[in-house]
Design a protein around this ligand. Structure first.
Ligand SMILES: [Zn+2]
Length: 343
């Protein structure tokens, strides 16, 4: 069975030389907008995912294999890249259309808990900025900014989701070690079909006083793992299959980060800027299936942004932006399949 895949691939590779010249390819951006799907592209592994309502189709550059919902392999004409644009063959687009037309049956997944983690606290002020108000200089601590945002976010989520556990690692000015934060995340009791979302809140600083804006980091597990073993598939295609499958485990985190970034842009996009999505390895996440984000709400080292961050109304907007992002994610998650369970 696996041998056949390789054989087909070789034949298709041959045909691709002819197809490149034809009108058979479409840019993946164009495809995603036609499909109304989310597009994820990882330049590191040169692979991507088209995702809609929990259905996903994974593909990789120059590979004649596509993976539906992280489990079914099929043969396709290989995507290619030209002038930094990724093109997929129309057969892949058709595959996506067909896949996305079938709703997923298992919609039993729920977000059981949301854990809000304001960084620092107590003897650890985090980063410190200075603001000048009415000619008077005062200092501005990260630990206070993030606690304000977190309390606001906590209230918003509690009133929207009375049936979910909405928790904070700290709700006062106390010091917590990273281990204590991990313990809190790990001690949350969940039913089997429930997931927990982890939202960490921090503020930034930089030597460059002009640096400003918010950043949303999606946190991936701090280790790489091989999902398929050599005995499962042909050794030649093993690495690419693994890199495609691995993306599944960060997809949900990327999604929540994207929703939060969108939410913040709507609330404070006219006052500051989005510095985009970033990826970080993080060990607070207790397993790969815990969607986890860290929001850097702004730079206390930038005098203008520090002034904004000292303003309760501005912090309320930040909290509202994060809240809208988290709620969009909850809706997405609970109306799609939730996570795929790795077998
Ligand atoms: Zn921090």
């Amino acid at each position: 069975m696996k041998r056949k895949i390789i054989l087909f691939s070789t034949i298709l590779l041959f045909f691709n030389f002819f197809l490149f010249a034809n009108d058979e390819y479409i840019s993946v951006q164009e495809a995603s907008s036609q499909l109304g799907a989310n597009l994820f592209w990882d330049p590191m592994t040169k692979s991507g995912i088209l995702e809609k309502d929990g259905n996903s189709l994974a593909f990789a550059l120059n590979q004649e294999i596509a993976i539906s919902n992280f489990k079914d392999f099929s043969v396709t004409n290989a995507p290619y890249m030209k002038d930094d644009i990724v093109y997929i063959h129309k057969d892949l687009l058709e595959k996506a259309k067909e896949l996305f037309s079938k709703p997923l049956l298992d919609t039993n997944f729920k977000i059981g808990a949301i854990l809000i983690d304001p960084g620092h606290g107590g003897k650890d002020p985090g980063t410190i900025g200075t603001i000048t108000k009415n000619g008077k200089k005062t200092s501005l601590n990260e630990k206070d900014i993030v606690l304000n945002v977190a309390l606001e976010l906590n209230n918003l989520l509690k009133s929207k989701y009375p049936d979910k556990k909405i928790m904070m690692t700290r709700s006062t000015d106390v010091f917590l070690t990273l281990e204590q934060r991990v313990d809190i995340a790990n001690s949350v009791k969940l039913a089997e079909n429930e997931a927990i979302v982890y939202v960490s809140i921090h503020a930034n600083s930089a030597f460059d006083k002009k640096a400003k804006g918010f950043e949303t980091w999606y946190l991936s597990p701090g280790y790489r793992r091989n999902i398929l073993k050599e005995s499962d598939v042909d050794a030649e295609i093993l690495p690419i299959l693994n890199s495609m499958l691995e993306e599944e485990f960060t997809t949900e985190s990327i999604l929540i980060a994207k929703f939060i970034d969108d939410g913040l842009k709507k609330q404070v996009g006219d006052l500051t800027k989005s510095r985009g999505l970033k990826e970080e390895e993080w060990f607070v996440v207790r397993n790969a299936n815990m969607p986890s984000v860290l929001v850097e709400v702004g730079f206390v080292s930038n005098p203008e942004e520090a002034l904004l961050l000292s303003d309760r109304n501005y912090l309320r907007k930040i909290a509202l932006g994060i809240y809208n992002g988290v709620s969009s994610f909850v809706t997405h998650f609970e109306h799609s399949r939730g996570f795929t369970i790795s077998q």
